[in-house]
Design a protein around this ligand. Sequence first.
Ligand SMILES: Cc1ncc(COP(=O)(O)O)c(C=O)c1O
Length: 423
Amino acid sequence: MWQNTKNSVINDCQSEIKTVIITKISISSIKKVILPKIVIMRVYLDNAATTPLDPEVFEAMKPMLLENFGNPSSIHSHGRQVRAALERARKQIGEMINASPGEIFFTSGGTEADNMAIRNGAKAYGIKHAVTTKLEHHAVLHSMDYIRDTYGVQIHYLDVDCDGNADYDQLENILKTHDKVMVSMMHANNEIATKNDIERIGALCQEYDAIFHTDTVQTMGHFPIDVKKIGMCFLAGSAHKFHGPKGVGFIYVNNERKINPLIHGGSQERLMRAGTENVAGIIGMAKALEMACTEMEDHTNHVKEIKNYMMEQIKEKIPGVSFNGMSNHIDNSLYTVLSVNFPSTMLDEMLLFNLDINGISASGGSACTSGSSTGSHVLDGINDPNEKKGPSIRFSFSKFNNKEEVDYVVSKLEEMYAPVLAS
Ligand SMILES: Cc1ncc(COP(=O)(O)O)c(C=O)c1O
C-alpha cells in the first residue's frame, strides 16, 4: 500500500559514500590516496520524536499554502473558502475519535493541549488533588507543577512497577478518599512503550466524578480511540506523530466539561484559542489522521513485524541486552517503540554518537529532549530491580521502515559490540 511513497522516502534516506579519491598537491608530486569504499545508509528510527510527513499529506496541504491563502476569520469569499476547509477538517478529526466537531479545538501541538487541559481544567473545576505518574511527558509534569504552585493543588504520583505499569488500586483509593480530583495519565509512554488502561481509568474517574485528561500524543492514529467509550474529559493529540506536519495538534474537550482558553487575544476557535489558525497544518493533520486510521491494521502489522525482527536480531547478535518497560511485549505495548538497554562497556558514552556517524538516527532519552544527553526521567522513574547500568537507546518505527534498515542497524551494532564484548 505504501510502496511508492515508501520507496521514495527510503531512497531519500539512503546515501552512499563511494570510493573517495583524495588528491594531495605538493610542489614535487601529485599523490592519489584511495580510501576503501564505505557504504552508509541513512536510517531513521526515531519516529516517536517525529515522523516523516507523508507525501499525500503534503499534497493535501499545498493548495492551502499557495491558492487558498485567505484568513478563515475573514468574511469575504477567500476567507469563507478556507473556513469551510477548516470546519471539514474539524469534522473529519472528530469522526476519527467519535467526538462531535464542536469538541475539537486546534492547538500548536501536544504540549499546548496538555497545558490547556491541566492548567485550565484545574482552574475551571476548583481541583484540589491531581493524580499522575512520574513517567508522563514534561508537558504534563510541568503543568502539574504549575497547578501545584498556582492553585495549591496536591499532586499524587502513583507507584509504578519495574515496567512502568501504574498501580490502579492506589488510584482508586485516592479517588475514593478525596474530592475535586483530576487524573492525567497518558495512553502510552513515549520512551518505554508501556500503555495505561485508559478505559479502566476513565471508568474509575466516572465512578468517582473526577476530571480525566489523557495524553494520546503517541497513540493517536496508531490505536483506535473512542472518546465516548473511554469517557474522558480532555485529550491531547499531535499531528507530527502520525505523519502530519509539526506545530499543529488538537485538544478534545468533552461537551459537558467547559474550560477557558489558555491563549488570549482573538475570537478564533469559538473563543477557545486565540490566533489565526495554522490552516495548512490543520488540513494536513486531518488528512494524516484519516490515512492513519484507514491504514491502521496494515500499519500495525507492518510495524510490529519490523519491531519484532529488530528485537530478535538484537537478542541474537548482542549478548547481554535487555529491554526497558513493556517495549518487548509486542502485543501489549506501544508497538512503535523498542527501548533497548545495552551491556555496559567502554562504548557507553559514545553509543548514540557512533550510531549517528553511521547514519542511524535513534534517541537516547525522551524524544523532545533528544540531542541533549541528560538522563531520562522515565528510566529513572521505573523502579528496576536489575539496576541496568549500560546505555539505553530508544528505536522507534513507522510504516516507512523496512527489514533491510534493521539489518543495517544491527550489523553496525554488532561491529561496535563484537570487539568490546570479546575483550
Ligand atoms: C507523550 C507526549 N506528549 C506530548 C508531547 C509533545 O507534543 P508536541 O511535540 O506536539 O508538542 C510529546 C512529544 O514527544 C509526547 O511524546
